[in-house]
Design a protein around this ligand. Structure first.
Ligand code: FES
Length: 420
């Protein structure tokens, strides 16, 4: 597992980021001149490290800032960076949300899955840039004053969630955090959000009652969603969802996303048919992709369960119960299939004449192992490439991670998997 020293690096980077962000007036007034060399250096570092996607991402951000400067040459630097970083942050957040559903349709996009985290952290840093300029330029660093406006309250909600997501997205944190810590953090953040919402409510002087009522509805929806994905949620237990650990925190990205939408709409900067069409078209595409992705998953799961029911075979051997899951000839060499046994998702591979079965849930961030490949005797997770031995489901030394491993049998051309 990665060593904790990169946490120190992250802290140093964050401190540097604060120092070079908009809180210092000189930096703020010349922010563009600070930003361009920073992005250029990052692109070169990634390029030297042969990290293609990182190079592409930083170069893309760099080009957008340069293009914005060329197009809007008469705007002052803080305003230019404030607007460009906001657009880029929202765009990257949309990409983050699109990779998930589209990876159900395309293996190429599935291979991009590991990059989602980098996109999310980049969206956060751009959001931070935007946030610090707004707070210093428009509100003179007065957070209370900023929170009294509805549009800043929603922007702040998104920033707050994205901050905690970025902070907890590192492997070291995810490895070290015990499940109970995620539960505590999830609850503490909910309490903090309710406190911010209450502050926003008490600071309202200009909003009429009808508008205030709508804001309270939106806050109530966010709080209900927050509770629904919480560790103690009854809904989660009923629908048997496996949103837990870090994921229950990161699923709050949907609150961040809808808060950003409200933030943009309330600002009233969406002028003209073209801008409105792009903005709402993108949102419709994200929402539609999620809906279609979920329908596909439900359909696939139903087919898997129907298949097992149609085989309807069970054997008891070696003090274990084995369930028939599919016919031998339905497997392709080294290509995984997913099955549910006692509601547990299990990945089954045919490899060099043998059948291998292990949990479908990767120990890292619950990636779908059945979509992975077998490389040199290890199943490789498609998301971030953690690997598990095909003989015992454990990662190669010195790593200590294992996923539940199951025995298999083949009888009368039917592949059986043990229940434990
Ligand atoms: S989820 Fe990250 S490697 Fe599997």
């Amino acid at each position: 597992m990665k060593k904790p020293n990169h946490i120190i690096l992250i802290i140093v980077l964050l401190v540097l980021f604060i120092l070079t962000s908009e809180l210092i007036e000189f930096v703020r007034n010349n922010v563009f001149y600070f930003l361009i060399p920073l992005l250029l250096s990052l692109s070169l570092i990634f390029w030297k490290k042969k990290s293609k996607l990182d190079t592409l991402l930083t170069t893309f951000i760099l080009i957008v800032f340069l293009a914005a400067r060329l197009i809007f040459s008469n705007i002052d630097q803080p305003t230019l960076v404030l607007r460009t970083s906001a657009i880029l942050s929202f765009f990257l957040l949309n990409l983050v949300l699109l990779i998930g559903p589209w990876s159900r349709f395309s293996d190429k996009i599935l291979r991009l899955y590991y990059f989602r985290r980098r996109l999310g952290v980049s969206a956060f840093f751009l959001g931070w840039l935007h946030f610090t300029i707004v707070i210093s330029k428009l509100f003179n660093l007065n957070i209370k004053n900023a929170l009294s406006f509805a549009f800043t309250f929603y922007g702040f909600t998104a920033f707050f969630i994205m901050f905690w997501m970025a902070l907890t997205s590192w492997d070291y944190v995810q490895k070290k955090f015990k499940p109970s810590w995620w539960n505590i953090l999830h609850t503490l953040l909910l309490i903090a959000y309710i406190a911010f919402a209450y502050l926003f409510y008490t600071l309202q002087k200009t909003l009429n009652n009808t508008l205030l009522k709508y804001h309270l509805y939106a806050i109530a929806i966010f709080v209900v969603f927050w509770i629904m994905v919480a560790p103690y949620s009854i809904v989660k237990k009923i629908i048997k969802t496996n949103v837990f650990g870090w994921k229950q925190l990161h699923v709050l990205v949907y609150i961040a996303y809808f808060s950003l939408i409200v933030h943009v709409v309330l600002q009233g900067t969406l002028k003209g048919i073209f801008l409105n069409a792009v903005f709402y078209g993108l949102i419709a595409f994200v929402v539609g992709s999620h809906a279609v992705g979920w329908l596909k998953k439900i359909n696939e799961d139903n087919n898997i369960n129907k298949k097992i029911k149609s085989i309807n075979k069970k054997i008891n051997e070696d003090e274990k119960t084995f369930i028939g899951v599919a016919y031998e000839n339905e497997f392709q060499e080294s290509i995984g299939k997913k099955f549910y046994i006692n509601n547990k998702p299990i990945a089954v591979f045919k490899h060099q004449g043998n059948f291998i079965a292990m949990s479908d849930i990767c120990a890292h961030q619950k990636g779908p192992l059945h979509k992975g490949r077998i490389v040199y005797g290890y199943v490789e997770c498609p998301w971030h490439k953690w690997t598990y031995n095909i003989n015992d489901g454990c990662s190669p030394k010195p790593y200590t991670d294992c996923v539940p491993y199951y025995k298999t049998k083949v009888k009368d051309s039917i592949v059986y998997v043990s229940t434990d």
